[in-house]
Structure formats: structure tokens, C-alpha cells
Design a protein around this ligand. Structure first.
Ligand SMILES: Cc1ncc(C[n+]2csc(CCOP(=O)(O)OP(=O)(O)O)c2C)c(N)n1
Ligand code: SF4
Length: 246
């Protein structure tokens, strides 16, 4: 990969995510924060399925791949045997909020000392853009060609709010819609990592992210959609665990 002073060393390979995909941007943010904290050799990531798990090829930490939805349980196990490591999961919404919802909730219920980075792009990306539990009402997907309908699918899951009902360390939701939101999200990622390092329990950052390929939109319009639609419905900010001096 071409040497670039703006690229963190942990980004070990050019990614093959689609143009405009949020995964590459979020990967870079996580790598930047880990390097700023000197944790580049101390991080263990757990993935399961989806485009999200392609991150293992591009980010030079240690990785384990779990079965669909099961990353939090594997992460908890790793953290218990390697308490000195920074242990995180990197998961999409099909993974963490559909098939893995129970795993995700139980990790928070037990206040496991792990961190989850949850990429909410509103679809099952890798398998062709099917409806996810986070798809917005009216959103056209391959399994809701006329738009998500409340009478059939109910309302989109606000996973950060659900998890914030537990007595956990840190919960936030950010987006990568523009530079200002990106910098706020970087701060949330940093605080989630601090939460684990300082033994304050479970931490979770949801990130509203584009999937231009399955949204059938240009990368630029996808970012606008996050700003006008996703951020309006979900809202961004910290839900739990702000510490003094933040
Ligand atoms: C047990 C099991 N069921 C179904 C699949 C097929 N599958 C692979 S990726 C995926 C969807 C992932 O979507 P998401 O978590 O939103 O990730 P994204 O691709 O959007 O990053 C599914 C259903 C699988 N790999 N394993
Ligand atoms: S299908 Fe969507 S989530 Fe997957 S790499 Fe392409 S843009 Fe990203």
C-alpha cells in the first residue's frame, strides 16, 4: 500500500469495500484512536458476518471470526482470559441487531467489559440489501420493494437506547455524515475504549453509516440521506456514561 502520513499504520491494506462505503471510514477512525492511545498491539477484534467482517483483511490487529451474531459472547470469553487486552466486536446491523440481538443484549445485561462498534447502515449489506431491523419506515430494500411498512415490520430498532436501559459503562450513537459528525464519532470511539481500559464496564458505539451500493445512491447522496433521514430518526449523541472532565 502506498505510504501516506494520514493513514494509520494499523491500516495494513487498501480496502475493497464499495466506493463510498462507511466501513472503510470507520475502520480508519478506530485505527487512529487505537494508535493515539498506544493500543495498536493490545487490541483483539471479534467479527462474525457481513461486509463488516472484511475489516479483518485491512486492519492489522488480532482477529477472531465468530458465527453469525455471536461475536459478543466470543469477545466476553477472550476478555475473561486476557483481561489486559482491549477486546472489541465490529458488527453490522444484520449481525448485531437481528440474528445476534440476544447476544448483544446479554453482553450488556452482564455488563461484560468489552466494546462493540455497531455499524448501522440500515440493510444486510453483503447479502444484497435485504431489510434490517434498523431499516427506516418507507425505505426500499430488496425485501421491501414498496418501502418498509410499519404494519408488517414494526418500527426500526434503536439499539443504543435498548442497551442504555442496562447499567453499563458507555453508550453513544454517532454518524459519519460530514466532517463535524465524524469528529464527534471519533470522540465517542475514544471514550468507549477508555471505558474498557479504565474497567468501567461494557461500552457500545453505534455509527450511522452509508451503503451506497444497496441504497442505490451515489456516495454523496448517501451521506445526505444519513443527515436528513437516519440522523433525524435515530438522533446522535451520548446516551450513557459521560464522565466528568469530558
Ligand atoms: C448463520 C448465518 N446465516 C446467514 C448468513 C448469511 N449472511 C452473511 S452476511 C449477512 C448479513 C450481514 O448484514 P450486516 O450485519 O448488516 O452487515 P453488512 O454487510 O451490512 O456490513 C447474512 C445474513 C450467514 N453467514 N450465517
Ligand atoms: S455492499 Fe454496502 S456495506 Fe457492503 S461494502 Fe458495499 S457499500 Fe459497504
Amino acid at each position: 500500500m502506498q505510504e501516506n502520513i494520514l493513514t494509520p499504520k494499523l491500516v495494513v491494506k487498501e480496502n475493497k469495500f464499495c466506493p463510498g462505503c462507511g466501513h472503510g471510514v470507520i475502520e480508519k477512525l478506530i485505527c487512529q484512536v487505537l494508535e493515539e492511545k498506544g493500543l495498536e498491539n493490545e487490541a483483539v477484534g471479534i467479527v462474525a458476518v457481513g461486509c463488516a467482517c472484511l475489516i479483518t483483511d485491512y486492519m492489522g490487529t488480532d482477529w477472531i471470526q465468530a458465527q453469525h451474531g455471536r461475536a459478543p459472547a466470543v469477545a466476553a470469553g477472550v476478555k475473561h482470559v486476557r483481561p489486559g487486552k482491549f477486546v472489541f466486536t465490529y458488527q453490522g446491523d444484520g449481525d448485531a441487531a437481528a440474528i445476534g440481538l440476544s447476544e448483544t443484549m446479554y453482553a450488556a445485561k452482564r455488563n461484560e467489559p468489552i466494546t462493540t462498534f455497531f455499524v448501522n447502515n440500515g440493510v444486510f449489506g453483503m447479502t444484497g440489501g435485504q431489510m434490517a431491523p434498523t431499516s427506516l419506515l418507507g425505505q426500499k430494500t430488496t425485501t421491501s420493494p414498496f418501502g418498509c411498512d410499519y404494519s408488517k415490520a414494526g418500527e426500526p430498532i434503536k439499539l443504543a437506547e435498548l442497551l442504555a436501559t442496562f447499567n453499563v459503562g458507555y453508550i453513544a450513537r454517532g454518524s459519519i455524515a460530514n466532517y463535524s459528525e465524524l469528529m464527534k464519532t471519533k470522540k465517542y470511539i475514544s471514550k468507549a475504549i477508555d471505558c474498557q481500559i479504565q474497567n468501567r464496564g461494557y461500552s457500545f458505539v453505534e455509527i450511522l453509516s452509508p451503503c451506497p451500493t444497496n441504497w442505490k445512491m451515489s456516495p454523496v447522496d448517501s451521506l445526505k440521506r444519513i443527515e436528513t433521514e437516519a440522523m433525524t430518526y435515530f438522533g446522535c449523541g451520548e446516551l450513557k456514561g459521560q464522565v466528568q472532565n469530558d
